[in-house]
Design a protein around this ligand. Structure first.
Ligand SMILES: NC(=O)c1ccc[n+]([C@@H]2O[C@H](COP(=O)([O-])OP(=O)(O)OC[C@H]3O[C@@H](n4cnc5c(N)ncnc54)[C@H](OP(=O)(O)O)[C@@H]3O)[C@@H](O)[C@H]2O)c1
Length: 374
């Protein structure tokens, strides 16, 4: 049977450590977990079984293994130290017999996004970022449909637009919407991205619709956008209730999240959805609770699984420059084996029809009130 392994790591230190070590999660503070994680070895988490391709009937199995570092620790420690720990975790995958290795959340953000790690390991590696792009953009488009926001004529925004995932999401969304804000911290990188996307559209898709591209280094412009895709590597949340307009949709792909939990608490006129959740074909059992309902996985896990079902045992998505070809190819491979976009979730809860109806109604009322006061 073909096999894969997927590297996870604690994101919310107390919650996630408790999932494997309830006692340690209870007695250690966040700071202590951060500190001790430096000395902790890679951890075997669980075996993953029950995955079966819808098309070929091929069955595979896998393992979750954990790199003990939290995002904050990965940002604080020297890059080489972090690489070393991720490579050590990859060696555990090799010992288990994995034929494909996926890198979850921040393990794929650090440094050159998997290239150094893949060079040091024998097992083929993927960050899973190509499929994450497809799933995030599809989820935002579908959420626009349910919120009755027509893509043409709409202003959208990509936060973290200069990042590995953000760049391609911006490229795809620019083909659908009227105006697109590219938001990041470095003006020069944003200008370069804007110019590249404009040239690309003129040369590769002449005469086709293309959004007006506007760059910004502040979140204030979000008040102008109805559709927002956010995918930064910020450790702290950066999108707060006051940034958003009534009726807008925010697809949060980042882990840790970019959208403050205060948005859910204070704004019942906005739809926030978690980006990157898919249904896995077969009756998968992860034997580990990573916060999703049964049968569902992050898109980056799904890319690793889909490549294993396809028997594509080669380095796949690596580095900070993703290609449109890989994004389209992995989408086709995943569809072929039966991966599907899941229903919406928001802050770890299912988004019901009723919730969407409430958001739509509250947004209308908020707009009406706003119009009365201006
Ligand atoms: N849901 C999933 O399945 C899934 C899969 C893979 C990755 N992810 C998550 O996706 C996120 C991004 O990954 P990536 O590989 O694209 O990372 P990346 O290449 O490092 O890009 C991160 C982007 O975020 C921007 N940024 C960082 N801090 C910011 C801040 N405080 N304010 C505004 N912008 C900020 C960076 O801007 P600068 O250019 O200024 O540095 C850059 O544009 C991570 O949170 C990762 O965990 C999720």
């Amino acid at each position: 049977m073909d096999t894969f392994a997927f590297i996870i790591h604690p994101i919310d230190p107390k919650r996630d450590v408790s999932r494997k070590f309830p006692f340690l999660g209870r007695v250690l503070s966040e700071r202590q977990i951060d500190f001790f994680s430096t000395f902790f070895p890679p951890v075997y988490i669980s075996e993953i079984e029950g995955i079966k391709s819808e098309t070929t009937g091929k069955e595979i199995k896998g393992w979750f293994i954990a790199c003990p570092y939290t995002p904050r620790r990965m940002m604080e420690l020297p890059e080489k130290t972090v690489y070393r720990k991720i490579i050590q975790t990859g060696r555990l995958a090799e010992k288990l017999g994995a034929q494909m290795l996926g890198m979850g959340a921040f393990t794929s953000v650090i440094g050159d996004a998997g290239i150094t790690i893949a060079n040091a390991l024998d097992v083929p590696v993927t960050t899973g970022d190509s499929y994450t792009v497809t799933v995030a953009v599809d989820a935002l488009r579908e959420a626009a449909t349910v919120m009755e926001i027509p893509l043409r004529g709409t202003t959208a925004a990509v936060v973290g637009a200069t990042g590995a995932i953000g760049q391609i999401c911006a490229e795809l969304l620019a083909e659908n919407v009227e105006r697109l804000y590219l938001i990041g911290r470095r003006r020069d990188a944003l200008e370069e991205l804007r110019d590249r996307l404009q040239v690309q559209a003129r040369t590769l898709r002449p005469g086709q619709p293309q959004a007006e591209l506007v760059i910004s280094t502040t979140m204030d412009v979000l008040a102008d956008a109805q559709l927002i895709l956010t995918v930064t590597s910020s450790i702290d949340d950066i999108i707060r209730p006051e940034h958003l307009q009534p009726g807008s949709v925010v697809c949060d792909v980042a882990r840790p999240r970019d959208v403050s939990a205060m948005v859910a608490a204070a704004r019942d006129d906005i739809l926030v959805i978690d980006g990157g959740m898919v249904d896995v074909p077969g009756s998968v059992n992860f034997h580990f609770d990573f916060g999703f309902p049964p049968g569902k996985a992050y898109a980056c896990m799904a890319e690793t699984i889909a490549l294993t079902l396809e028997g594509r045992f080669e380095d796949y998505t690596l580095g900070k420059h993703l290609t449109r070809e890989r994004v389209e190819e992995i989408d086709a491979i995943a569809k072929k084996h039966g991966f599907r976009l899941s229903g919406f979730r928001s802050f770890e809860r299912e988004v019901t029809e009723q919730h969407i109806e409430t958001v739509r109604r509250n947004a209308k009322n908020a707009r009406r009130l706003h119009a009365l006061h201006t």
